[in-house]
Every structure is written in structure tokens, then in C-alpha cells.
Design a protein around this ligand. Structure first.
Ligand code: NCD
Length: 305
């Protein structure tokens, strides 16, 4: 039995297989309509979410399975002081697989150690978000046709943005990728990600505060929201929240083949005027997330179609 806590638990071959399954689901959805019949997914979300929770739930429904859902910490026994371990043991009695989001880094790992069913990390604090990375990977694959030789700009809150940490870990495993890390000084990529992922593997990267001058060299631009909920003080958030706003004017200097991704939700960092630009991929990315979660559920439940 396997869980998914960190994207690096999946080999490159397994990523390829998940993408192949997602592509097959897109081409032949009818084949999968009953693959998870009588199986139950529990979504345990102790932090706000729209896309991740609903896409897991939509994924399970489209596989013919059923869903049990806790959508806030306040509505579950966590509010009474129940431990993650006890919650995981309990939910293992009701469901076949768990998707968990939690404000504490490492909480889904603790759940996986105590559950008797697979646990998927649906975002743990400012740490990791492997299934968003699966959505990002399918998007890059479908839009760029390759995972190698790309100049990838990541812009915004690189410190608290868990999707950024998981995406860098995933893309650093392919050859010839370069990273341009665009953030205010205060929101730079954590040094553990720089050391353990980029420096250890000899990956080329630059850090800058300037989006506009970085834009022309990019193949992929991954915009992120400033993570208000992880700030200790409101003043810092207000000062930093509008550090970057991508507009159609700024994009005039960008590559014609640039692909713009964003895990969403968007606040101010991409103006709505950009949505009509053919380079904007963030709503396709939402849909891709559902297909990759379907592929992942099939894999972890060891369902053969
Ligand atoms: C992201 C998250 O929760 O980390 N959202 C998502 O899952 N698509 C990004 C964010 O909240 O900014």
C-alpha cells in the first residue's frame, strides 16, 4: 500500500504512467466510469480549498466511487482536540483512500503512518502540494510537449508557496531546466529547497526581484499568490501583496510560446485582461488537475482498467 506525501516519492516512470493514464481518461472517459465502484474517498480538509477538494471529489465521482467529506477543522473532532493519528485510524474504518489538507507541515505524513489506507497530501502548510504539481506537470506536458530544456520562472511568494516547492522538486529531476526565482527579498525560496534540490543537483538558477526583465527569457511562467494566511503580521502582507501584477502590457515583451500557469486562487497577481491571451493556461490547469487526481486515485487503489 502506498501513499503520496511528497512528489519525489513518484519515479519519473510513474509520472509518465500517470500522464499516460490521464491522457487516456481524457480520450476515453467512458472506460473509467465504474472503475472505483464501491470505493470511497475521504477528503479531510482542515484549511480552505475550492479546487483541490472539489477536484478530488469530482475525480472520485467520475471514477464511479463515493466521497465522504470533512471540509473544515471546526466541523470535525479536530476541534475537540483529536490527534491526526486517531483521525487517520478512524477514517480508515470508513473509507478506502484519504486526501488530507492541513495547516501543519508534516500532518499528512503522520496520517499516512497511522492510517491503514493510502493518504494523499493535498497541501501541508507552507511545505508541499504534490497533487498540484501533478496538475502542473500535465499542463506543461500538454502545452510544451517536454519536461527538459525549459527556462521556468516562478514568481510571487516563493517562501510560503507550497506548490512552488513541489514543482521545483519535480522539474529539477529532468535535464537542462533552468529556474528564474522572482520574488521580493522577504519571500525568497527557502534555503532548504535551494540547498537540497537546486544546489545538490547542480541545477542552474537565478534569483531576482524584477519580473519584467526576467520575462523575455521564459518558456514557463508560474505565478503565485502571496500567502496571506502564513504571515505573522498583517502589515507585511499588505506591503508585499501587490509586488507583482502580470498585465497584457508586460506580456508584450514575453516569448510567443510562453505558457502562464498559476495554481489559483488568483488575487491580484494576474490581471483579468491576461485571461484572453492564448498563453494563459491556468484554467486548463484546473481541469488537468482533475484528470491527474483520477489517475493517482486509480494508481494508489491499484485499480486495473
Ligand atoms: C494552492 C494551495 O493551496 O497551495 N491552491 C491550490 O491548491 N490550487 C495555491 C494557493 O493557495 O495559493
Amino acid at each position: 500500500m502506498r501513499s503520496l506525501i511528497d512528489i519525489l516519492e513518484l519515479s519519473l516512470e510513474e509520472i509518465d504512467q500517470l500522464i499516460a493514464t490521464a491522457e487516456d481518461i481524457i480520450a476515453h472517459p467512458e472506460k473509467y466510469r465504474e472503475s472505483c465502484k464501491y470505493k470511497k474517498l475521504a477528503t479531510l480538509f482542515f484549511e480552505p480549498s475550492t479546487r483541490t477538494r472539489l477536484s478530488f471529489e469530482a475525480a472520485m465521482h467520475e471514477l464511479g466511487g463515493q466521497v465522504l467529506s470533512v471540509s473544515s477543522a471546526g466541523s470535525s473532532s479536530a476541534a475537540k482536540g483529536e490527534s491526526i493519528a486517531d483521525t487517520a485510524k478512524t477514517v480508515s474504518c470508513y473509507a478506502d483512500i484519504i486526501a488530507m489538507r492541513h495547516p501543519k507541515e508534516g500532518a499528512p505524513m503522520v496520517a499516512a503512518m497511522n492510517a491503514s489506507i493510502p493518504v494523499i497530501n493535498a497541501g501541508d502548510g507552507g511545505h508541499n502540494h504534490p497533487t498540484q504539481t501533478l496538475a502542473d506537470l500535465l499542463t506543461i506536458w500538454r502545452e510544451k510537449g517536454r519536461f527538459t530544456g525549459l527556462t521556468i520562472g516562478l514568481c510571487g511568494d516563493l517562501k510560503f508557496g507550497r506548490t512552488v516547492h513541489s514543482l521545483i522538486a519535480a522539474m529539477a529531476r529532468y535535464t537542462g531546466n533552468k529556474f528564474v526565482l522572482i520574488s521580493p527579498e522577504e519571500l525568497k525560496l527557502p534555503s532548504y529547497v535551494k540547498k537540497d534540490i537546486l544546489q545538490k543537483n547542480g541545477i542552474e538558477y537565478v534569483q531576482t526581484t524584477d519580473l519584467e526583465s526576467a520575462l523575455p527569457a521564459l518558456d514557463v511562467l508560474y505565478m503565485t499568490r502571496v500567502q496571506q494566511e502564513r504571515f505573522f503580521n498583517e502589515e507585511d502582507y499588505l506591503r508585499l501583496k501587490d509586488s507583482y501584477i502580470l498585465t497584457p502590457e508586460k506580456l508584450e515583451k514575453a516569448n510567443k510560446d510562453l505558457k502562464i500557469l498559476h495554481p489559483l486562487p488568483r488575487v491580484n497577481e494576474i490581471s483579468v485582461g491576461v485571461d484572453a491571451d492564448p498563453r494563459a493556461c491556468y484554467f486548463k490547469q484546473v481541469l488537468n488537475g482533475k484528470y491527474m487526481r483520477m489517475a493517482l486515485i486509480l494508481k494508489l487503489l491499484e485499480v486495473e482498467v
